[in-house]
Design a binder for this molecule. Structure first.
Ligand code: XIL
Length: 346
């Protein structure tokens, strides 16, 4: 009897030691069930098929999904004249099975373009055809399957000028308006978004984007919404900057997608652990963002999408080669204070 008691005590002490520094909360009820607008995540195909912990959270917590990579040209059009929709289609099937809206990301971007396009040799007419055929083939393939497209991603520089990219070079400055037009030509129902980063913090860039899109609308081209990526950190931007950005987008009658939300706790690339203090700072920033988003008129609330589920697979770690903890779940799939804050404010 005494031995059982000691073993039990030892077990309790061990469990207490294992307990995280920060507090957690229950994730029994999916986030989307608490929200008045869609709650999304970026999905990675290989994690979906290889990691049941990941697919479980994906199916239980969210009702909107964006492919982290699988809908990009590099994946959809790996060789000239050849499309590969297998991964993207599997994601669509998973989404449908779990009643999740699919957000198409992204048709035209200066990155993740396949080599055959980068090396394509043709007249300006050939380029026009390539451009139109790529856009319309992809849009037609996903017709009635995706709710919206990020038609163009990251086309504007920090100083408000048009970024140089292969598309600008080959199609010309009108490549953005052409992309929106080509999508609408083959799918009149799908919503059309422009997506970019730093829109919450850089007024010059945001003004330029809004002006560019307003000009398209004046020409009769449909533009439904703006994706503010929201790769933010606990250091910046200020909540007031985010509030101003949100107001400007909705005042200009665009639906607003917080499209790639994550909150870095280590923007200066230090050697860190996720302390209680950092986890709570991250949580309070997210609480503030959710509260701001709640105040938007319903017709502009396209939804909030997190750029991943667990810190374990966050793109920030590999892309910027630094340790970071930007998402709602920790490396062991436990909800962080960030999750609790979102949950409590939805
Ligand atoms: C990122 C993915 O998360 C990474 O896996 C990939 O290696 C690079 O792209 N802005 C975007 C997203 O619009 O498509 C990017 O996604 C992150 C920045």
């Amino acid at each position: 009897m005494q031995r059982i008691k000691y073993t039990l005590l030892l077990f309790i002490i061990l469990m207490a030691c294992k307990k995280r520094e920060y507090n957690s909360c229950s994730d029994d009820i999916g986030l989307y069930k608490l929200a008045k607008y869609p709650i999304g995540y970026a999905i990675d195909y290989s994690n979906l098929i290889n990691d049941v912990n990941y697919s479980k959270l994906a199916s239980e917590q969210f009702n909107s999904v964006t492919a982290e990579n699988a809908f990009k040209a590099e994946y959809l059009a790996p060789a000239e004249g050849f499309y590969d929709f297998r991964e993207a289609d599997s994601i669509v099937v998973f989404a449908k099975r779990n009643n999740q809206r699919v957000h198409g990301h992204t048709l035209i971007w200066h990155q993740q373009i396949p080599n055959w396009i980068k090396e394509f040799n043709g007249t300006s007419n050939d380029w026009e055809l390539l451009y139109k055929i790529y856009i319309q083939t992809v849009v037609l393939h996903f017709k009635d399957k995706v709710a919206a497209w990020d038609v163009v991603n990251e086309a504007v520089n920090e100083d408000g000028t048009l970024r140089s990219s292969i598309w600008k070079e080959k199609i010309g400055n009108t490549y953005i308006e052409k992309a929106f037009k080509y999508v609408q030509e083959v799918d009149n129902n799908v919503l059309l978004f422009y997506n970019d980063y730093n829109l919450e913090s850089n007024t010059t860039k945001r003004n330029a984007v809004i002006q560019l899109l307003n000009n398209l609308k004046l020409k009769g081209i449909k533009v439904n919404g703006i994706g503010m990526q929201m790769h933010v950190s606990i250091v910046s931007p200020e909540m007031s900057q985010i509030a101003t950005a949100i107001k400007q987008v909705t005042d200009n009658h665009y639906q607003l997608h917080l499209s790639e939300l994550d909150v870095s706790v280590n923007p200066n690339s230090n050697d860190i652990l996720l302390t209680n203090n950092l986890a709570n700072k991250q949580a309070s920033l997210l609480a503030g963002i959710v509260q701001l988003y709640n105040q938007i008129e319903t017709k502009y609330q396209y939804g909030i999408t997190f750029w991943g589920i667990t810190d374990r697979y966050s793109w920030i770690r590999s892309y910027y080669n630094r340790i970071d903890f930007p998402l709602l779940y920790d490396d062991n799939y436990l909800p962080k204070p960030a999750y609790c804050a979102v949950k409590n404010h939805l």
